[in-house]
Write a protein that binds this ligand. Structure first.
Ligand code: FES
Length: 263
């Protein structure tokens, strides 16, 4: 049963986009947050608000693996078994967790606390083998650390992502994916040394991509911290907007359909 609050929030998401059907993916995440899964009622609600058919909504919900037709655990554990993680131990971790939890792929413990899924590459190969809990990274895992992780989750111990915030529940995570900020985006170390090693080596050797002008502060200093990088990006964006304004270009005929101004 979709309650009034959720109906209102689904409409709010649809209203964030020039073409309201563009809101379908976050709307489905909100359905999962409210209902614990993609329900027929959730599909109907999305279809009604977006003025598309339930079959169209269902087609999207069944295409992407992050949308679940059956309830998952309060903590949904993904084990990357894609190439690099697999050879670094992901296959062994997955086999260990299946045995430890008594679960198959896409199954949930009887207490409803932990579900298990093998997942594809998370673009986190530099920390292989990688697990996710409610889509937060747990880096450099081993069969033993993975067993400790699920035991801690089941016993209510606070668990922190290795480069993110304290692990929240699956429904809370789905609400964030729907676009409702929980204020925790900057918690944790974020990009770690393994992700930045290429940047460090490139700087040491003075390498840049062909045609790339490295963004730097006036005076040539490169950003050293996340905050400095954000400030630099903001400055660059403001400069581009000023240049566009000064160019006198007319973008009034740009629409979501054509994506560019006619000459
Ligand atoms: S192969 Fe596991 S994150 Fe890329």
């Amino acid at each position: 049963m979709i309650d009034e609050t959720t109906w209102g929030e689904l409409r709010e998401i649809a209203g964030r986009y020039p073409e309201k059907r563009s809101g379908l993916l976050p709307m489905l995440h909100l359905v999962q947050s409210a209902e614990g899964r993609i329900t027929p009622e959730g599909i109907e609600a999305c279809a009604e608000i977006l003025e598309i058919s339930a079959a169209e909504v269902s087609g999207v919900a069944t295409f992407y693996t992050m949308y679940k037709r059956r309830p998952v655990g309060q903590y949904h554990v993904g084990v990357c078994t894609n190439t690099l993680c697999a050879i670094m131990g992901g296959d062994e971790i997955f086999a260990t967790l299946k045995d430890h939890l008594g679960l198959g792929n896409d199954e949930t413990t009887d207490d409803g606390l932990v579900s298990l899924e093998h997942i594809e590459c998370n673009a986190a190969c530099d920390y292989a083998p990688v697990l996710t809990v409610n889509w937060e990274f747990m880096d450099n895992q081993t069969p033993d650390s993975a067993k400790r992780l699920v035991d801690d989750l089941r016993s209510g111990v606070d668990v922190h992502s290795t480069r993110g915030p304290k692990i929240c529940t699956w429904r809370e995570a789905e609400r964030v994916l729907a676009g409702f900020n929980d204020g925790l985006a900057d918690e944790g170390p974020s990009a770690g040394p393994a992700s930045l090693v290429g940047l460090r080596i490139a700087r040491e050797h003075g390498w840049t991509a062909p045609g790339y002008e490295p963004k730097a502060f006036p005076g040539g200093a490169l950003p050293e911290t996340k905050q400095e990088a954000v400030e630099l990006a903001d400055t660059a964006r403001a400069e581009s907007e000023t240049q566009l304004e000064e160019s006198g270009a007319d973008f009034s005929n740009v629409t979501p359909e054509n994506g560019s101004a006619d000459d």
